[in-house]
Design a protein around this ligand. Sequence first.
Ligand SMILES: Cc1cc2nc3c(=O)[nH]c(=O)nc-3n(C[C@H](O)[C@H](O)[C@H](O)COP(=O)(O)OP(=O)(O)OC[C@H]3O[C@@H](n4cnc5c(N)ncnc54)[C@H](O)[C@@H]3O)c2cc1C
Length: 384
Amino acid sequence: MEFQLTDEQRQLREEVRKFADEEIRPVATEYDVDEAYPHEVMDEAADMGLLAPHVPVEYGGIGYSSLENAILTEELFAADPGIGLCISSAGFGAEALMEFGTEEQKERVLPEVTAGDAVMGSAISEPQAGSDVTSVATRAEKDGDEWVINGSKMWITNGTVADYFVVVCETDPDIDDRYSGYSQILVEGDRDGLTRDKITGKLGIRASDTAELRFDDVRVPEENLIGQRGMGFLQLMQFFDETRTAVAAQGVGIARGAAERALEYAEEREQFGRSISDFQAIKHKLAEMHTNTEAARWLTYRSAWAVDNEAGDLTALASMAKEFASRTAVEVADEAVQVHGGAGFVNDHDVERLYRDAKITQIYEGTTEIQKNIVARELLDEGM
Ligand SMILES: Cc1cc2nc3c(=O)[nH]c(=O)nc-3n(C[C@H](O)[C@H](O)[C@H](O)COP(=O)(O)OP(=O)(O)OC[C@H]3O[C@@H](n4cnc5c(N)ncnc54)[C@H](O)[C@@H]3O)c2cc1C
């Protein structure tokens, strides 16, 4: 068993850390306050090869493994989760094309995304369908050689900036099986009948674009079906191990960013004539923050390794990693604000933003409660 990264993986970490320090950290507060999508940073990220780097080389990506993706994600989120999410979500839905798309779909969409010329979105959630994905009600009906889509999607990351969406639709409502009857359909962002409304006033990750989408008789050619008709939900399930591991890496990044800033501040700040890091109460907080971050990182790496090697109990591991790392992010960011005292309560210091940003990791890609349900289901061998 090796507990160290390869030279290439260490180099990747150093390069992304430098990029994040120079290009993301200095502008993070500004984009957060303005709730603005960071187009300029995205251009820089494209030049660095950071957009959808898991896409295979033949379609313009780098072909990064889940572990390499976790290393990269930690660095981006340690700098700023809002901009970090913009970069790491540029290819949301690309997995569906990579795994099930036609050659034409892959060649058309993926190189544009990795070059920074197009952004993707993955549209699953609806106003009435969140944790229960099987209650998706957006309908796609066949009319000649086209799909006609009607319904609405909620909380869609990259909603107003995306050029392509992978949309989960109900195509075969007559199938009497809870998990069948749904399909994934590629929808171009400029299709007639598609309305996108940006959601503002978010607690955190405010640089990331989130929107509600409405489909009113949106027509796309039948070739836009991704994979097999009626198998969309089951196709989707295959990616959760990977995407939940990626959210775990986001949590590790937020926790590390908060723990590092707390350490730095504790060494600088003096009260009662000495550094606050001299107080045992503060020392213990710092020790726990760093210990928990380290534990979350190794559980995340373990899950990423399992995804890459298709080994071990993938689904339980990914849910364990996601649940633990997101909880660690929330707890460590909370303690980081505490170590900063009043200074942590205003946005002169990054910990204020990290504290707000951390919460989303317990909500998207399946809430904490859903992750625990999955772990328990796997332990009890209950089946889906
Ligand atoms: C900023 C942001 C970005 C997002 N991006 C995307 C995106 O790009 N694409 C997309 O499709 N979706 C996206 N989502 C949606 C996200 O995945 C959902 O919000 C999440 O799955 C929870 O669904 P819900 O909000 O409907 O909550 P609900 O499902 O209504 O849950 C409410 C509460 O009930 C609990 N609960 C529900 N069912 C159970 C159960 N069986 N057992 C125990 N507890 C349960 C939940 O854990 C939660 O605490 C995003 C959400 C946000 C806020």
